[in-house]
Each structure stands twice: as structure tokens, then as C-alpha cells.
Design a protein. Sequence first.
Length: 566
Amino acid sequence: MSDLNRKEEAKEKESLNFIEQIIEEDIRNGKHGGRVHTRFPPEPNGYLHIGHAKAICLNFEIAQKYGGKTNLRFDDTNPTTEETEYVENIKRDIRWLGFDWDDREYYASDYFEQLYEFAVKLISKGLAYVDDSTPGEIAEMKGTPTVPGKESPYRNRSIEENLSLFRGMRAGDFPDGSKVLRAKVDMASSNMHMRDPIMYRIKRDHHHRTGDEWIIYPMYDFAHGQSDSIEKITHSLCSLEFIHHRPLYDWFIEKLEIFPSRQIEFARMNVSYMITSKRRLLKLVKEGYVSGWDDPRMPTISGMRRRGFPPAAIRTFCDKAGIAKRDNLIEISLLEFCVRDELNRTAPRVMAVLNPLKVVITNYPEGKVEHMEVENNPEDESMGTRTMPFSRELYIEREDFMEDPPKKYFRMGPGRDVRLKAGYILRCEGFEKDPATGEVAEVRCTYYPDSKSGEDTSGIKAKGTLHWVSVAHALEAEVRLYDRLFADPQPDNHEDKDYLEFFNEDSLQVVEKAYIEPSLAQAKPGDTFQFLRLGYFSADPDSTEQKPVFNRTVTLKDTWAKMQGR
């Protein structure tokens, strides 16, 4: 091999993440015939969040890169917390992100009979036993990381007795919690997971798929690896929290002499100002801090979809965040950058006014309506143009007018010229105030008839450009201004404080009466737009023909960083 080829090969290898390096070495060695088969194994006990998005992208994209396959398998071994609603929403989220598992949809509950037989095999080999100890006694016998555990008094039951008792557990001969099946591994192991872990418990709860057929359920550590093996998963990609479970994962496979799936751990997705604990997210939902799992402030995939995040932006974010071996914290500003970057290319530009101030063009004919041509997206000419009605009375943003503006203020003020986007140049002649509040209630302007955008022969140089809507034609809308759910970058990383103490009370502000251009009457839930000069907004499922509702997806710039002095 030439030096040039060696350098190119070394450079290519450096560009691979550590999981890709492992897989390419396995392929070179002919392991599993060069086959790559991954799986995404969610527990259907809640909605998927940003951390799951990373795992989804990793599992599906790794398989795609190497011509392999990815299974979707629900680890439904705890009927107490699992629901069909969660199953269906998980499938919807994965498809929305752009991935499909074809016909490879599986459930751990598909394997309950086979897992039971695996347990019987381990009992028959003297490697599992039924324990009558209470949960407290089992925890105490396990010892501590620095103190070896103590063997259960039931550890040396005969194989025959254990088989009889385990069959009795399945048959319903014993009450819930009275017995468990434990693996006989090593009570002196430095790894606490190897100290005779529980494999089965008695639980008379209705299962969302198997109903009341089973009253014993396998623990995650027993079901997970064996399900991987049954499906002949070659590379079982797990988050870093499972690294200490790997010796047990391998122990079960070795003792059962089944297909040797390999577990590989990667750092989970930790994003600033977000939490990814399902238990804590569920608490937010149940205690009314948010409107539901799909609240646009939530870090769930459903919440991000409702807020207007494009799936391509989430995939890009996961790619930019990279695959690491150690836990780290990814700045939420990177996610917001990816969203802005995607929407800048794909979102149509429209006009909306959130805090309206009425402008009357005194020399514009009453009753006259012109239709101004406006580009839909300057980044993509193929998106074409649309028309907007222009009339004598308009709304502009209240902050775009000042009674006594400073010299470098380039918006509207008395005696100043300003251009309306795709419209005319106006000159502010005066204003009227509401005598009750003292606020400016109406601004009076004149327009230069020969200053129409695209046809301007006026010679007037207006430094500022404002967005607007026609009073007679604008639609009234509700606009929800969402911000970060927490005011601390790591709300669940404080030993002395509860994460709810950092809940951002200003994370939702509602503008009940905004005005939007009439073209937005056709917006469907999920359609996302750039409201000129205001940010990116998405039509919400709460929208009706009478009252459209829009969510702020993201601001035009990282205003949060500026506010925090960063």
C-alpha cells in the first residue's frame, strides 16, 4: 500500500466514531458473516424525548450505512406503567423522524414463553433459584459496593424444588411479591448487578398485549439481552448507564449458549435546559406544569414536533452532537441553530403583527385595495411569490414606532420616512393618544405614490423596512410564545434543590389577539413559517377556522444567550 493510500485510510478511520470503528472491524473479520443488525428498544411507559431521538438516529443510520437492518422492539415487561397509547405514539415519532422498521416490529412480550424456558434452563443447570426473601431483605443481603453480599438462605434449594416453585409462581400459587427468581452468579462480585440479580417477579397486573395470561414478568436485565439474542441482533447499542449491566448481559448469553449479541454503550444525550427522565417528565404532566406530553416546551419528540421543529433539524443536531464514550452536556443553542438553519431554507416568509398599532395613510384613497407581490422565501426562488392586500389602514408592531426617536432609530417616528415591506414608503405626520391610558392609539402617515416596491421612482431613501398587515383583511390569531422550560441549564443536577424549583414561569406567554396576513388561513397544523422580523412559528392543532393558533418555534436569533450575557 502506498503512503498516500495509508494516509487516506488513516484519515477515514479517524472520521469514524468508535461504534463505526467496532462495526468495521467486525465486518473485516467476517463476524456474523459481515451482517449488521441493530434495534431500537423503547419501553412503552412514556413519550420519547430528545435522548431517544439520538438513539433512534444512531441505530437506524448505522444499519443503513452498512447495508443492515434495524428492529423496533418494545421492551414491555412492566405492565404497571405501559400503555398502548405510548406504543402508538412511539411509532409515530420514529416515522416522523424519517425512519422505518419495515415488518420488523417486535415486543419482549412476544418472547415471554421462550424467556420462561430460558429461565427453566438456568434453573436446571443450577444457575437460578427461587427466593422467598422480602425486597428489603434482598437489598440488605446485597451489601454495598465495598462490602460483599451475603447469600440468601434459599440459595441452595435443590434444582427440583426450584423448578416446582417456579412453575407454581407461573400458575398463580403464590401472592404478589412473595417470591422471586434470582440468577445464581456471585454475591461477592465488585459489580452489584452480578450479585444474584432478580430475573422474575410475581405481578398480577393487566398487560396491554397479553392481558391476564401471565402473572410473572421478567426483569429488564433478563429480558433485554435474551430478546437481542432471539432476534440475532449483532450490535446492541445502549446508553452509557447500562455499561455496568454488560457483564450480566454477557453472563446470561454465555450460560444459555445462545446467539452472542454484543452490547456497546454510548453517552446519552444531555441537553442544557432540558430533562430526560421519564419519571420527572410524567410529573410535569400530572401536576399541570405543562399541558401534556406534547406541550411544545417539553423535550419530547411530540412536543418538538408540535412546536414546529423540523425532523431534518433534529437529525442534524444528533449528528453534530456526535457519539461519545463519556457523558457530556450539549448546549441547547446548537439545537436551536439547527432548527433556524433548516427553517431559513424551507419556511415561507409571511407577515404577522403581535402587538398592533394602527396606521392610517391619510392620502391613500378610501376603499382602494392593492395586491402587493411578496416573495415567499429569498433563499429559494422556486417557492415563488404571493400577493398581500394593501389598504388605507394598516397594523404595524407597536415597538416599530417612537414618539421621540433617537438619531439612529430607523423605524417610524414623526417626520421620518420608512418603507413597508413590498409596499410604499410612508412619512409619519403625527399620532393620536388614548386619553385614558396615554398610549399612542393611532399613527397618521402619508405615502409617496411613486415609491411602490419594485417600481420606486421617488428617489426617497428610507433606511428602515417594516412588516405590516391590512386592517380590513388581517385575520385575528392567538400566538403562543414559548421559551425554555427551565431557567437553569442543569435543573436536575442539584443535590440540594428540586428540579421544579427551576421551572421557568415565563416559558409560555400568550398573545390572544395578534393579526396575521390572510394567506395563513390555509395553514394546516404543523405548517411552519417565518413571521418576518419576529421568528419562526408553526400552526398548532388547536387552530380553528375562526381562530388560528400559532406556536413560536424559535426566535430569529439566540436572544436567550444575549439576555444571559453570554
